[in-house]
Write a protein that binds this ligand. Structure first.
Ligand SMILES: *Cc1c(COP(=O)(O)O)cnc(C)c1O
Length: 401
């Protein structure tokens, strides 16, 4: 009989190193991976053999979720993609852009982005001498003219639908314009998830997601992902940036995203159905000036959305016929809906952009891109729609019309 190890040793060491056929994704909560012998270690470190080394580099739980997301993003096509999970949506953007760009390069983007993205571009990338120019990406002629006249522009960054105005951009046109000018195209696909929109199939080079939102879907964690076309041969360089900047995802966060992905299609269908019903209700309400929802025929970008989205998503925003203080009174009046600065949860969430998510965006840029003080953004949840509408009805009652 083998000599029994001490109590402490036994309490520390994992007795079972064998692979078991776990039906659910196992959560590898480990910072490193051991080697059987020094030869095995050398082969892995020198790149002769593939193998896990350290969880900042790669981890089996994360790998499995990355593989799943890369397949979803190009599902139904013969395009091949890779995915790299990160600690947040912001770190996905930062990791990707700092791999692709160098000092002196320029980014061309729209003014109505996720607030944090605008700040990252201006404050952090700006400090690294990567400049950002904001234009209206709607106008492909204008985009083409800018790309022709400025060779420093190396990358076009877009969001469609955009936050919080829900403006949609013709993704295929922008992608093909970028291809014509040899410029990299990147899209934030957080609002849609690959279930509703597949930008890589429309010619875009890279997608990023804040998986914190719909992909996790339950508001239980923070993570992000970069997805790129395999043919770009950039996996190694992006992975290296992730590894060296330490913007890696945690295995537990990846595991939570995996749970969310299992119900993604069910949840997205319900989010879309509820959002459409709420948008129609709000459109008919006398206290409301304008409803921004890609599914409404009255919405200016409805036709663009229809062309490139499977359904119209769970996000909408609207402007109330009132000043700032009355708008804030509406915010305080919600009973069922939560005031929370996230989106894509099962619960309906309301947010007032100019005092929260877009507080640090230059007011002039906000005005130019239609982010006004009387705007409320809604992440429509998957509760019973009657209850959601009832809450909006009573909240809007504070505005007498
Ligand atoms: C939340 C969000 C981000 C940032 O993601 P984090 O996970 O919070 O870092 C980026 N883009 C969009 C559209 C988002 O909604």
């Amino acid at each position: 009989m083998k000599k029994e190890k001490g109590f402490s040793t036994t309490s520390i060491h994992n007795p079972d190193r064998e692979q078991v056929h776990s039906q659910s994704l196992p959560l590898y909560l480990t910072s490193s991976f051991g080697f059987g012998n020094i030869e095995e270690a050398i082969d892995i470190f020198t790149g002769k053999n593939q193998g896990y080394v350290y969880s900042r580099y790669a981890n089996p739980t994360i790998k499995s979720v990355e593989s799943k997301i890369s397949r979803l993003e190009v599902h139904g096509s013969d395009i091949e993609a890779f995915a790299i999970m990160t600690s947040s949506g912001m770190s996905a953007i930062h990791t990707l852009l700092s791999t692709l760009l160098k000092p002196g390069d320029k980014i061309l983007t729209q003014g109505n982005l996720y607030g944090g993205t605008t700040e990252l571009l201006k404050k952090i990338l700006g400090q690294m001498e990567i400049r950002t120019e904001f234009i209206k990406l709607h106008e492909v002629d204008e985009l083409s003219a800018r790309l022709s006249s400025d060779p420093d522009i190396k990358l076009v960054y877009l969001e469609s639908p955009a936050n919080p105005t829900l403006d949609c951009i013709d993704i295929r046109s922008v992608a093909s314009c970028c291809q014509d000018h040899n410029v990299i195209s990147v899209i934030d696909n957080t609002f849609c998830t690959p279930y509703l929109q597949q930008p890589l199939l429309l010619g875009i080079d890279y997608c990023i997601h804040s998986t914190t939102k719909y992909m996790n879907g339950h508001g239980t964690g923070t993570a992000g992902v970069i997805v790129g076309k395999s043919e770009l041969n950039s996996f190694q360089s992006i992975w290296q940036t992730m590894k060296l900047m330490g913007t890696n995802c945690s295995p537990f966060e990846a595991w939570l995203v995996n749970n969310g992905l299992k119900t993604l299609s069910l949840r997205m269908d319900k989010h879309c159905q509820n959002a459409m019903a709420l948008a129609e209700f709000l459109e008919g309400h006398p206290a409301i000036l304008k409803v921004n929802y890609p599914g409404l025929e009255s919405f200016s970008d409805h036709m663009i959305a229809k062309k490139q989205m499977k359904d119209f998503g769970g996000m909408l925003s609207f402007t109330v016929d009132a000043d700032l203080s009355s708008t804030l009174r509406v915010m305080n009046q919600f009973q069922l809906c939560s005031m929370a600065p996230t989106l894509g949860d099962t619960d309906t969430l309301v947010l007032h952009p100019t005092t929260s998510s877009h507080l640090n965006v230059d007011p002039a840029l906000r005005t130019e891109f239609g982010i006004s003080d009387n705007m409320i953004r809604v992440s429509v949840g998957i509760e019973d729609i009657e209850d959601i509408i009832e809450d909006f009805k009573q909240a809007l009652d504070v505005i007498q019309k």
